[in-house]
Write a protein that binds this ligand. Sequence first.
Ligand SMILES: [Zn+2]
Length: 110
Amino acid sequence: MNDASWYQFRAWVEYFGKVFGKITIAVPPAYTSQECSNCGVIVKKSLSQRTHSCQCGCEMDRDHNAARNILRRGLATVGHTGGLMLDMGNAWGDGASTVVGESLPQQALS
Ligand SMILES: [Zn+2]
């Protein structure tokens, strides 16, 4: 996908997040597929390789592994900011920030 498509996708996700009262956090996407969500080691894999299989014994669908990495990065952002102001980071190149409600910590941990 080109950059414009990703920007559009993010804009939609953030829009629906607001509409439905859900928190959205953009995280740096680098290595979310390659990194082992269990031990943190980089496990190189091609796009056609659908299974994450690490020397630590962690084996799961590659998308499941990536989802766990993305969730951890998102929650780490919440912890560092105290939940009132989220730095959306430079993952998408614009450094935009989003103000969120006071109920964030409860929602993020539930
Ligand atoms: Zn591992």
